[in-house]
Design a binder for this molecule. Structure first.
Ligand SMILES: [Zn+2]
Length: 234
């Protein structure tokens, strides 16, 4: 009978350990860190895409500037190389060069515009990278803390399981089966003591007749409580 009390105690213990395992604050903390990290990574990816697009635009304008510069150099060469003799041709060439230089100014302005856009974006991106790295370190630490706590808990669980098995082995199999069947309704108080006046499991005091029945029993013997249905040891 004492062995069954030990089984019940370990079952209660195991239930509490299981509950603790399912609600470890260390696990919750780790999940929060991971969620924050994922959000940061997504935001960073969006910003990186935005940066890349601006960089590509800047590059395209730079290439256009280079093309216009080359064209201007060509025309300069023609104009001042002594190949043009007609003043009319010289004037039209001069006009073309002027137009190209205006185009070059516009394009260079665009390049500057994108450089100005990119500067704060790149700074922001670096800042986000730093934050992400810090988060990764925190996750690493929190993972170690969680794993240590969980390992301790699992050790406690396996120790409790061993004690439970040992106690179950010393319990009469029929009694153990009855106990198992009553665990769902009664949980941690399937088997209880008679405290001299009443069954300890009864929500209210036992009726006098039922209490007298237990008082008449030998110390250490067991009977079902007719009031609540628990196993009661005199
Ligand atoms: Zn009872």
């Amino acid at each position: 009978m004492e062995a069954l009390f030990a089984v019940q105690e370990e079952d209660t213990n195991l239930r509490q350990l299981q509950h603790r395992h399912e609600h470890l604050p260390e696990a919750e903390h780790l999940a929060e860190l991971k969620a924050a990290h994922a959000a940061q990574a997504a935001a960073q990816q969006n910003l990186a895409a935005e940066c890349l697009e601006s960089m590509q635009r800047q590059k395209r304008y730079e290439q256009e500037v280079a093309a216009v510069e080359a064209r201007i150099a060509d025309l300069d060469q023609k104009l001042y190389g002594g190949m043009i003799t007609s003043p009319k041709d010289a004037s039209s060439l001069g006009n073309e060069i002027t137009l190209l230089k205006e185009r070059q100014d516009d394009l260079e302005e665009k390049v500057l515009e994108y450089m100005e856009i990119l500067e704060p974006l790149n700074e922001q991106l670096e800042e986000m990278n730093r934050t992400k790295e810090e988060q990764e370190k925190e996750i690493e630490q929190a993972t170690a803390v969680f794993q240590k706590t969980e390992a301790e808990l699992l050790d406690d669980k396996s120790a409790a399981e061993k004690r439970r098995d040992a106690a179950a082995e010393q319990t009469d199999p029929g009694l153990l089966a009855r106990y198992e069947g009553l665990r769902r309704p009664f949980g941690a108080s399937v088997i209880v003591h008679f405290d001299g006046h009443s069954c300890q499991g009864c929500p209210t005091t036992m009726p006098a007749m039922e209490a007298d029945r237990f008082k008449g029993m030998d110390e250490g013997t067991m009977s079902d409580c007719n009031e609540c249905g628990r196993l009661v040891v005199r």
